[in-house]
Write a protein that binds this ligand. Structure first.
Ligand SMILES: Cc1cc2nc3c(=O)[nH]c(=O)nc-3n(C[C@H](O)[C@H](O)[C@H](O)COP(=O)(O)OP(=O)(O)OC[C@H]3O[C@@H](n4cnc5c(N)ncnc54)[C@H](O)[C@@H]3O)c2cc1C
Ligand code: SF4
Length: 432
């Protein structure tokens, strides 16, 4: 049992996995198709540069421990990345088979197979203790990867997380048909087993602010992610049927007994991956009619085609393009939208639930409280991209707070990159 209990009757627990675990015969058959390319393009397209042909070769010889080891050597969150990475636009998009018009090697599913059967708590051995401690703010993928890599180098990482559960959006944001909070907690337990301490329910700021953290630790890593859901800024937005997307998804994933039984018509506002995920989740929950309302056209949507396409194949989902929401009306009349044909025409889209998925705020004001830490005009923490060092030589940062919101694998890469630089800094200090 995890030391972070989760409610059994979470709605997400009823979601089926989109890509179930491969059987051993399936995994070996797919591994046998790999051409073990020289200078493999799939490796170059992986932000953490996992040696993909090598782990696939290990699967082919049934050396699953070896396969898992290869993955973890490059990416400590190899399990969640196997399941949440958009492989269709990353590694698998470059597989040489694609250029031949044939199906790519299912790299994500093979990675998941290797991690499920080959990962063991004792497979990575931390170096002897250095006597140095590093404080990390936030327990999302960026900090978990950074802390795990620091523990392996002998340092003592302490993660401060304000939430009940560690994992960041891996716990509370990822679509349940990809990865559930219980899967996340298994991966967190693996990171903890490397020697990482996680203190949940601790919010950094106020009394426990930059000064105290800097006094308590030799170096800091800020992996705070993004802030609350952005608001539309239109009349009627405070009505009870309106909710921010990450807030709604969090409830779906973690609230006991969360249901949408009364919802007949839902509107999701936005065109990114969170909007598309929300629409898909509403469909799985059985909502009879879902409208995805976007201010521009489908080619401009940042939501991935490979996620939107299958969702649109469900006749219950409709994409309404080129409209701006100008007011939220009552639950019967839904949202009033301004059509994008320059005619000035207003129309209403009925909805008894309105989910706003237009991005998340930045936490730049919070970050600027650390001496020397600066943010750009879009609220992202500024770092040296090679070391993830901020303007304060003892403070590093990574993940969504730095890139403005990308993928889990980018957060992991940042965290591991910062761990290398922090290790170099601590060794330099020790040698001085
Ligand atoms: C709805 C949604 C679905 C997504 N789906 C996918 C997907 O399918 N695949 C994918 O690769 N990526 C996906 N992403 C993106 C991915 O989740 C993020 O890129 C990734 O989680 C970023 O990691 P992070 O560690 O930077 O931040 P986060 O995961 O946001 O973690 C930050 C943590 O810091 C904590 N924190 C913040 N401030 C404080 C403070 N003052 N004190 C203590 N703790 C604090 C927060 O509580 C949080 O736990 C999705 C994002 C969203 C919003
Ligand atoms: S590009 Fe495809 S075939 Fe080549 S090594 Fe990568 S997965 Fe194997």
């Amino acid at each position: 049992m995890s030391r972070y209990p989760v409610p059994q009757d979470r709605s997400e627990a009823a979601f089926a996995e989109r890509y179930p675990l491969l059987s051993s015969a399936e995994a070996r058959a797919e591994a046998a198709r790999c051409l073990y390319c020289f200078d493999a393009p799939c490796v170059q397209r992986c932000p953490t540069e996992i040696d993909i042909p090598s782990f696939i070769r290990s699967i082919g010889t049934d050396n699953l421990r070896g396969a898992a080891r290869t993955i973890l050597d490059a990416n400590l969150l190899g399990d969640s990345c196997a399941r949440v990475c958009p492989v269709e636009v990353l590694c698998q998009s470059t597989c040489v088979y694609v250029h031949q018009g044939r199906p790519a090697i299912p790299i994500g599913r093979l990675q998941r197979y290797a991690m499920a059967h080959g990962m063991a708590p004792d497979m990575l051995q931390p170096a002897s203790p250095s006597g140095r401690s590093v404080g990390l703010v936030g327990a999302g993928p960026a900090s978990l990867a950074c802390a795990g890599a620091l523990a392996l180098r002998g340092h003592a990482p302490v993660i401060y997380e304000r939430d009940t559960w560690p994992g960041g959006l891996n716990a509370t944001g990822i679509a349940p048909y990809k990865f559930q909070i219980t899967d996340n907690l298994r991966e967190v337990a693996f990171i903890e087993s490397l020697g990482v301490e996680i203190r949940t329910g601790v919010e950094i700021g106020g009394d426990l602010g930059p000064d105290r953290l800097l006094a308590q630790h030799d170096a800091l890593f800020l992996g705070i992610g993004l802030g609350p859901d952005r608001r539309l800024g239109v009349p009627g937005e405070d009505r009870p049927q309106v909710v921010g997307a990450t807030h709604w998804i969090r409830r779906l994933k973690t609230d006991p007994g969360f249901r949408v039984d009364g919802v007949r018509r839902a509107v999701v506002v936005g065109g990114g991956n969170t909007a598309v995920d929300t629409a898909r989740e509403l469909l799985v929950l059985g909502v009879p009619s879902v409208q995805l309302v976007y201010r521009r056209g489908r080619p401009d949507m940042s939501g991935y085609d490979h996620e939107l396409g299958p969702a649109l194949a469900d006749h219950r989902l409709q994409l309404i393009e080129h409209v701006n929401v100008v007011e939220v009306l009552d639950a019967r009349r839904g949202v009033e939208v301004l059509l994008g044909d320059h005619s000035g025409t207003l129309a209403s889209v009925p909805a008894d639930l309105v989910v706003v998925a237009i991005g998340q705020a930045r936490l730049d004001r919070w970050a600027r409280a650390f001496p020397g830490v600066t943010c750009d005009d879009r609220g992202r923490i500024e770092v040296d991209p090679h070391t993830m060092a901020t303007g304060n030589p003892r403070v590093f940062a990574g993940g969504d707070a730095v890139n403005g919101g990308k993928e889990v694998v980018h957060a992991v890469r940042d965290g591991q990159r910062a761990a290398r630089a922090i290790d170099a800094l601590l060794q330099e200090v020790a040698g001085a």
